[in-house]
Design a binder for this molecule. Structure first.
Ligand SMILES: Cc1ncc(COP(=O)(O)O)c(C=O)c1O
Length: 333
């Protein structure tokens, strides 16, 4: 089924800008760096989840839901964008928030995304880090049904084949912008976690027979585990779109060197990358995803792994509200 036939709601400000990063390119030397500004998708502070939610919230509506349930870490950008989308559509929103980063910091627990979740009027349910979130969401859905609600479950990170359609469309949008500028994009670099963004982009680029390579910088698991996750979701997304041509397995590339001690835990490289993007381009990254992804990109350029004259697009997937939750991490700046 073609992408245009899937139910979709207008939630995001699209197209997001594609901008050159001249000062960052000069500071690092090597390839020409660009940024695709998916931090500017508009809804409730913006970020990559809004593209996925255009399809997921439409599916929820189509099934007659009046309430959505999703899950994530305390500082989940996905939870915050889901809360904003639900508010905009007049739906209830329940968030299961897991203490993954095990942080007792006051800002982490009360500022940044979680402050915005409360302002969007979401119902917050804190759960311990070893909770089976799918089971917890199911039992919450049962409770809501007993009170007459019609809940719809949005997977963690919005990463189902339906959610990934948002990034199939982003690939189309980006290739259109590149064509308009006569720009040949050699590499696309992004943070990868629940995998829907990378899987959707790969599916979209494959449908267009694009030669652009995609590199996901892992923020929560090893490269091998992440590649398996991306590959599986990409295959399901292509199936949903009735594409018979399989993605070549080698098209799925990730780098697991920038996770540090774990998901949501700061690294020196992340702090330096956040400071570099901000001071050279006025570009705000985030401490959990794009800061680590940029740390990876900086190293790849400095190690000469990307050639002079190549065009490299960094997909900015958002998340800067979390900077306020990680205030003490940046104390030394
Ligand atoms: C700011 C940001 N960047 C990147 C990602 C990763 O995207 P995905 O979960 O689709 O792999 C997320 C997911 O929560 C995010 O919030």
């Amino acid at each position: 089924m073609p992408l245009a036939d899937f139910p979709r709601l207008e939630l995001a400000h699209l197209p997001t800008p594609l901008e050159p990063l001249p000062r960052l390119s000069e500071a690092l030397g090597g390839p020409n760096l660009w940024v695709k500004r998916d931090d500017c998708t508009g809804l409730g502070g913006g970020g990559n989840k809004t593209r996925k939610l255009e399809f997921l919230m439409a599916a929820a509506r189509q099934q007659g839901a009046d309430t959505v349930i999703t899950a994530g870490a305390v500082q989940s950008n996905h939870a915050r964008q889901t809360a904003a989308a639900a508010a905009k559509l007049g739906m209830g929103c329940h968030l299961l928030l897991e203490d993954i980063a095990a942080d007792t910091d006051r800002d982490y627990r009360g500022n940044g995304n979680i402050l915005l979740d409360r302002i969007f009027h979401a119902h917050l349910h804190h759960v311990p880090s070893d909770t089976d979130l799918d089971l917890a969401a199911e039992s919450l859905a049962d409770e809501l049904r007993e009170t007459g609600k019609v809940p719809y479950m949005i997977p963690i990170g919005g990463s189902s084949p339906i959610g990934a359609l948002g990034y199939v469309d982003c690939a189309r949008e980006l290739m259109g912008q590149a064509k308009q500028r006569r720009l040949s994009i050699d590499h696309l670099v992004l943070a990868t976690a629940s995998a829907g963004t990378q899987a959707g982009l790969l599916a979209g680029l494959h449908l267009q027979k694009s030669k652009t390579s995609v590199l996901g910088i892992c923020v929560s698991r090893s490269a091998e585990e992440q590649e398996n996750k991306v590959r599986a979701l990409c295959a399901e997304t292509l199936e949903l779109l009735h594409c018979k041509r399989a993605l070549p397995p080698e098209a799925v590339r990730t780098n697991g060197d920038y996770v540090g001690q774990g998901y949501g835990l700061a690294t020196r490289g992340m702090i330096k990358a956040v400071a570099l993007a901000a001071s050279s381009e006025g570009l705000l990254l985030d401490p959990v995803y794009t800061g680590k992804a940029m740390a990876g990109l900086v190293d790849l350029v400095r190690e000469g792994k990307l050639n002079d004259g190549e065009n490299v697009v960094f997909l900015h997937t958002g998340g800067s509200p979390a900077l306020f939750a990680y205030r003490s991490t940046f104390d030394g700046l």
